[in-house]
Design a binder for this molecule. Structure first.
Ligand SMILES: Cc1cc2nc3c(=O)[nH]c(=O)nc-3n(C[C@H](O)[C@H](O)[C@H](O)COP(=O)(O)OP(=O)(O)OC[C@H]3O[C@@H](n4cnc5c(N)ncnc54)[C@H](O)[C@@H]3O)c2cc1C
Length: 409
């Protein structure tokens, strides 16, 4: 029987309701009982509609191991046009799994709607996973944003800790960052929170690999650039952007005193670049952010990523951020850039090389750092170039690392 959301097949007089398997909506005892409760309410005059039996039907297959799932699984979600990200994790690899011993073996998977930042489905395979599932049902029914889910901390050591691992492993890789809803214009407090760097930057005495002098000098130049007023951002704002970008890698909020929008951009570009869409960038402009300001944040955050990865690569701890310099941003616009096909205007054409051209100082800084950490633009074109590695070896290494990090290369 086809029924309405009120479980009514629509007979004359409205006296008939049909709950349970007979209406074919969700052939499971608990859903039938949900519908029956709802019918009871409707008969009693409390108008209620059933919707959870479309989006959040929990189901457990009581095999050994159990299979538990709720929500729309990956394939149908994709077919429905949802931009899905999936995350998988081995349940046995949680602390509780390790404590329980070899029998705890299984997989958990989340399917996330990347646009709406909501959980679409969760599937668990393993012993007793039917009990893990209700948290997923609540998350879907309650439309709990992924960002908020970070704060639903499971107790240690329980199997529910798989939720933490799943959020970490999600296909945004690096993970979806938090998008905090609050922020303040950078004030005195923000300035005071910047680390005081009394030592010479990039001494890296704990590095296990030697640093070429050219690289060390360039890293110091980059820190000076970061601290100085830029084209659209002041020195304190640039350093605060870097602070938020670092915090986003561990899903925390640096509370660096930036306005909410700037915080969101710094965190998103840092830790979820693959979620940056044309619509999101255009929405930033709608919210009042100059496109050049966005480009400057991309410049600062992407060079920070390169610097931090390099420093970690030689076996050292990340360098403390520099003290910001006073002064005003220049506010200069590059009159030569044009909207072409990129998310931002560029000159003279689209492509990674010109991505920052709306803010020439950022483009120049990228070129300089790039030349030291990788190759100069001129050498990029020389496929026979030989340094410690040949060009071919560099490309192979870069492609492999990109693959392992689930990046575009
Ligand atoms: C093998 C199997 C395993 C299942 N395992 C699970 C599970 O693990 N978890 C889960 O949630 N669901 C499970 N289900 C599904 C679940 O059993 C059904 O969704 C649920 O029982 C449906 O409840 P219902 O009241 O809507 O219908 P039913 O349970 O089918 O009840 C309908 C009743 O109406 C009676 N009836 C039919 N015609 C007439 C008539 N003309 N006059 C009077 N009475 C009539 C029938 O005899 C029956 O008793 C399983 C189903 C099967 C078959």
């Amino acid at each position: 029987m086809n029924v309405s959301l009120e479980m009514s097949p629509g007979v004359d007089g409205g006296w008939l309701y049909a709950a349970g398997d007979v209406n074919g909506r969700a052939l499971l005892t608990h859903q039938d009982k949900y519908q029956a409760r709802l019918v009871g309410d409707n008969i009693a005059g409390r108008a209620r509609q059933a919707w959870a039996d479309h989006v959040a039907v929990p189901r457990v297959t009581f095999t050994d191991p159990q299979v538990a799932a709720v929500g729309t699984t990956e394939g149908p979600a994709r077919e429905a046009g949802i931009d899905v990200r999936t995350a998988r994790y081995d349940i046995g690899a949680t602390a509780a799994g390790a404590l329980a011993g070899k029998d705890v073996d299984g997989t958990a998977q989340l399917v996330i709607d990347a646009d709406r930042r909501l959980l679409v489905s969760a599937t668990f395979v393993g012993p007793g996973v039917g009990e893990l599932q209700h948290a997923a049902t609540i998350t879907i029914v309650g439309q709990v944003p992924i960002d908020t889910l970070w704060h639903a901390v499971p107790a240690f050591p329980t199997l529910s800790e798989v939720w933490l691992r799943l959020l970490r492993a999600n296909a945004a890789s690096p993970e979806l960052p938090e998008r905090p809803g609050t922020g303040r214009r950078l004030g005195r407090r923000g300035r005071n929170r910047c680390a005081s760097v009394s030592h010479v930057a990039f001494e890296l005495t704990d590095a296990v690999l030697p640093l070429p002098d050219g690289v060390r000098a360039e890293l110091r130049r980059e820190w000076a650039r970061l601290a100085a007023p830029g084209t659209w951002l002041s020195g304190p704002e640039r350093v605060a952007v870097a602070r938020e970008a670092r915090a986003a890698r561990t899903f925390s909020d640096a509370d660096a005193g930036l306005p909410a929008l700037l915080t969101e951009v710094a965190q998103s570009v840092s830790a979820a670049a693959d979620l940056v869409t044309r619509e999101w960038v255009s929405d930033l402009r709608g919210q009042g952010m100059a496109i050049e300001e966005y480009v400057e944040v991309v410049g600062v955050v992407s060079r920070l990523a390169a610097v931090d990865a390099y420093v970690r690569g030689v076996g050292s701890a990340e360098e403390a951020l520099p003290d910001p310099e006073p002064g005003e941003p220049t506010g200069e616009r590059n009159g030569q850039v044009r909207w072409r096909n990129a998310f931002v205007p560029t000159h003279p054409e689209d492509g990674a090389r010109y991505a920052l051209s709306a803010v020439p100082a950022e483009e120049e800084a990228r070129d300089q750092l790039h030349a030291q950490l990788y190759l100069s633009t001129e050498r990029m074109a020389d496929l026979a170039y030989q340094d410690v590695l040949s060009r071919a070896q560099m490309e192979l290494l870069a492609a492999r690392v990109s693959l392992l990090n689930d990046c575009f290369y």
